[in-house]
Design a protein around this ligand. Structure first.
Ligand code: SAM
Length: 291
């Protein structure tokens, strides 16, 4: 059986009525048999959803959407399900553009491994039109979802660009250098080791392996972090900041990789539970041609 809060989540989504509406009519449990008394025609659909959830289908996949930083994002089996633990990093990015968030000149934000686009779109939605963004992903199917989310959030197409390709290939860096320099970089890369037991547990079983462990397995999960941090200085603007998420045991290793890549300023940030989960990196010598 699934937890009662998930049953309520499914019932309120299916019916379009809040929990208070049901409770005010005497429903104290959201289970299908209790719902059948008040809403016989909906109870069968609820029963099906509860059965699929009990079989391990992520709640986000049943709903086709998930909440992140106060907005709803379409999700499917080609995207990572946005995690609330990534929200503090978005908050930190936005604090780079304090209200009224008016940059003196147009700024470019790059999101490497954009998935649903939740990081990039959350930033752009709260910034003025002078801030534009580019989301990169190796999955065309994920980029289709990110594009749909951009449209759904009403972010003008002139502010958004989506680029398909792998950062393990030179071609992507070549394309990005044509779009550089970037002022802010967001990256929630895959960072699980290839043999991490979490890959075989819970919702992770239904998420793309490339989103969790990358296209190439690595023993410490940090292969993508190494590649990205080594290559980033070639496309950064002077004064640029990089925000990179990592696993909660990886802080020291990530800081070491960042130092080797030439980032002089290295600060750490936490997730919602206070665990070390992301870094802000700056102070690197920019190697963009002409800068
Ligand atoms: C951990 S998910 C992050 C998704 C989203 N940014 C978020 O925070 O929910 C990592 C993303 O990186 C993409 N990815 C993995 N390896 C990649 C590569 N070599 N090049 C480009 N994108 C890659 C995956 O397809 C996935 O969408």
């Amino acid at each position: 059986m699934i937890p009662s809060h998930e049953v309520w989540h499914l019932l309120t989504w299916l019916s379009g009525r809040p929990r208070a509406w049901w409770m005010s009519r005497g429903l104290d449990r959201g289970e299908p048999e209790a719902v059948a008394v008040l809403w016989p025609e909906g109870a069968k659909a609820l029963e099906t959803l509860v059965a699929r959830r009990s079989a391990g289908v992520p709640l986000a996949h049943l709903l086709g959407e998930w909440s992140f930083y106060g907005r709803r994002f379409f999700v499917n089996r080609h995207t990572l399900i946005p995690r609330a633990d990534s929200e503090p990093m978005v908050e930190a990015v936005l604090s780079e553009f304090p209200p009224p968030r008016r940059p003196r000149q147009p700024l470019r934000v790059l999101d490497l491994g954009t998935g649903t686009g939740c990081l990039l779109l959350s930033v752009l939605a709260d910034c003025p039109t002078e801030v534009a963004g580019i989301g990169v992903d190796q999955s065309r199917a994920a980029l289709a979802v990110a594009r749909a989310n951009g449209v759904g959030l009403g972010i003008g197409q002139e502010r958004l660009q989506w680029l398909w390709g792998s950062w393990l290939e030179d071609a992507v860096w070549h394309r990005l250098s044509g779009l550089a320099p970037f002022d802010v970089v967001l990256c929630n890369p895959p960072y699980l080791a290839g043999d991490d037991p979490h890959l075989a547990q819970g919702d992770l079983l239904s998420e793309p392996r490339a989103a969790l462990a990358g296209l190439i397995d690595s023993a410490d999960g940090l292969h993508d972090v190494r590649v990205v941090l080594q290559r980033l200085p070639s496309i950064l603007a002077p004064g640029a900041a990089v925000f990179l998420e990592h696993g909660w045991t990886q802080r020291e290793a990530v800081l070491e990789i960042a130092a080797q890549a030439g980032f002089q300023d290295r600060q750490g940030g936490s997730d919602l539970e206070g665990r070390p989960r992301w870094v802000r990196l700056a102070g690197v010598e920019c190697r963009v041609a002409g800068s």
